[in-house]
Design a protein around this ligand. Structure first.
Ligand SMILES: [Zn+2]
Length: 384
C-alpha cells in the first residue's frame, strides 16, 4: 500500500471553499461550490477517518443553500430529461445498432486466461506513467499532480464501483485525484490515466459557472475525455511493448464494460416516457423492467440475465458513460493520426457543456457504422 499524502492540505481547501460559498455571487456559484464542498468533506473522512472535518455539513449546507441546490439541481435535471425525450428515438436507433453489431463481434473473442498482474514498484510505475503523459505533451500535469502530491488513496472504497475520481474547485480551478487502494500496477495506472483525462478536460474549461454546472448536470459529455485517455494509455503500452498481455486483458475488460453501458442505454430508451420523467422506472423490479423491454430482443436469456445483475439504470450516468465510450473511440483515433497531439479535442470542447444534440456527433464524424468499424479494429488487436 502506498503512503497517503497529507490530508491536512485538503482541510485547508475545505476552509477556503467555505469562504467562497459565503461570497458566492450567484445561485449557480452556490451550487458549484457547495457540491465541491460536499464531495471534499466526504473524501477527507475516507482518506483520513481520524480527522474531523473543520466544517460540519449542517453548518455550510444551511437552509438557503439547500434550497438553491434543490431548485437548481431539479431545473438542470428537468432540462436534461426533457431533452432526452426529445431525442429518444435517435438514442434508441443509435444504441440498438451499436448493441446488435458489437454484441456479435464480442462473442467471437475467446476469453483467454488472464495474464498475471505485475507489481511494478514505485519507480517503474511512475516512469511508465511519465512517458505516457510526456507523449501527450502533458509532462507539466505529471509534475503538478504526481510530484506535487495531489493524489490521495485509501483502502476504503469510495462509492460502489468507483475506482477513482477527481475533485475540482471551479472557482480556483484547483483539483485533487482520489484512487481506491492505489498499488503499483496496471489497474491503478489505468485509473490514473482516466482521472488525468478529467484533469485535462477541466483545466481546459474556460466557460461560465453556469456552463460548468450544465456540463455536469445536463450534458452526456463528462466522460468523453477521461475515456479517451484510457484508450490512449492502453495503446501506448501496447505500441511500446510494455506489459502487452496485461494491457490487452485490461482492454478486453474495458470493452466489456463499455458494452454494458451501451446495452443499458438501449434498454432505457425502450422504457415509456412516463416512467422516465419521474424516475419511477428505477423502482421497478428486474422482472417488471424485463417485461417492459422483452419484445425487442431475440436473445432473451442474455438480456434477462443482464437486467438481473445490472444494479443501476440511472439515465444520466448510463448515457454519460455510453456516449463517453462512443466519443472516445473517435477522439482517440484522431489524436493518434495527429501523432498524439491533443489539438483535435478543441472541437469537442466547443460544445461539451451543451444539451445533447445529434449534431454534436455529426461534427466529429460519429455514426454507428464508423463506430462498428473502429470497434472491430480493437477486437482484431485483442486476438492473441
Ligand atoms: Zn470518470
Amino acid at each position: 500500500m502506498i503512503k497517503i499524502e497529507d490530508p491536512k492540505k485538503l482541510c485547508k481547501k475545505l476552509e477556503l471553499a467555505k469562504r467562497q460559498l459565503k461570497n458566492a455571487k450567484s445561485r449557480e456559484e452556490i451550487m458549484a461550490i457547495s457540491n465541491y464542498m460536499y464531495l471534499l468533506d466526504d473524501s477527507i473522512s475516507l482518506v483520513s477517518p481520524k480527522i474531523e472535518t473543520l466544517t460540519s455539513k449542517n453548518e455550510y449546507l444551511n437552509n438557503k443553500t439547500n434550497e438553491v441546490m434543490d431548485k437548481k439541481y431539479f431545473t438542470h435535471e428537468g432540462k436534461m430529461i426533457r431533452n432526452y425525450i426529445l431525442y429518444k428515438e435517435f438514442h434508441e436507433n443509435f444504441f440498438e445498432r451499436l448493441y446488435r453489431k458489437t454484441n456479435h463481434a464480442m462473442h467471437k473473442i475467446e476469453e483467454d486466461e488472464y495474464s498475471g498482474i505485475t507489481d511494478l514498484g514505485e519507480e517503474d510505475f511512475y516512469n511508465i506513467f511519465f512517458e505516457f503523459m510526456n507523449k501527450l505533451g502533458l509532462a507539466k500535469y505529471f509534475d503538478k499532480y504526481v510530484k506535487g502530491k495531489r493524489i490521495y488513496t485509501t483502502k476504503n472504497s469510495f462509492e460502489e464501483n468507483t475506482l477513482g475520481y477527481t475533485l475540482y474547485n471551479p472557482i480556483t480551478k484547483d483539483s485533487d485525484i482520489f484512487i481506491t487502494g492505489l498499488e503499483y500496477d496496471i489497474f491503478s495506472m489505468f485509473t490514473l490515466a482516466h482521472e488525468f483525462g478529467h484533469i485535462y478536460d477541466l483545466n481546459n474549461f474556460d466557460e461560465s459557472i453556469e456552463n460548468y454546472n450544465g456540463y455536469f448536470y445536463k450534458s452526456f459529455n463528462g466522460e468523453a475525455i477521461s475515456k479517451t485517455f484510457e484508450r490512449l494509455f492502453l495503446d501506448f503500452l501496447i505500441e511500446n511493448n510494455i506489459l502487452v498481455d496485461e494491457a490487452k486483458d485490461q482492454m478486453f475488460d474495458m470493452i466489456n464494460i463499455n458494452y454494458e453501458y451501451i446495452l443499458a442505454s438501449y434498454i432505457i430508451s425502450l422504457i415509456p416516457d412516463i416512467l422516465l420523467i419521474d424516475d419511477s422506472y428505477l423502482e421497478l423490479s428486474p422482472t417488471k423492467l424485463y417485461k417492459l423491454v422483452e419484445r425487442y430482443f431475440s436473445k432473451k436469456n442474455h438480456v434477462r440475465k443482464f437486467i438481473n445483475i445490472c444494479s443501476d439504470f440511472e439515465l444520466k450516468e448510463t448515457y454519460t458513460y455510453a456516449y463517453g465510450d462512443v466519443y472516445s473511440l473517435f477522439l482517440r483515433d484522431r489524436i493518434k493520426q495527429d501523432n498524439y497531439s491533443l489539438d483535435s479535442l478543441k472541437e469537442f470542447f466547443e460544445f461539451r457543456s451543451e444539451l445533447f444534440n445529434p449534431e454534436m456527433l455529426e461534427k466529429l464524424g460519429i455514426d454507428s457504422k464508423s463506430y462498428v468499424k473502429l470497434y472491430k479494429k480493437d477486437i482484431e488487436l485483442l486476438k492473441k
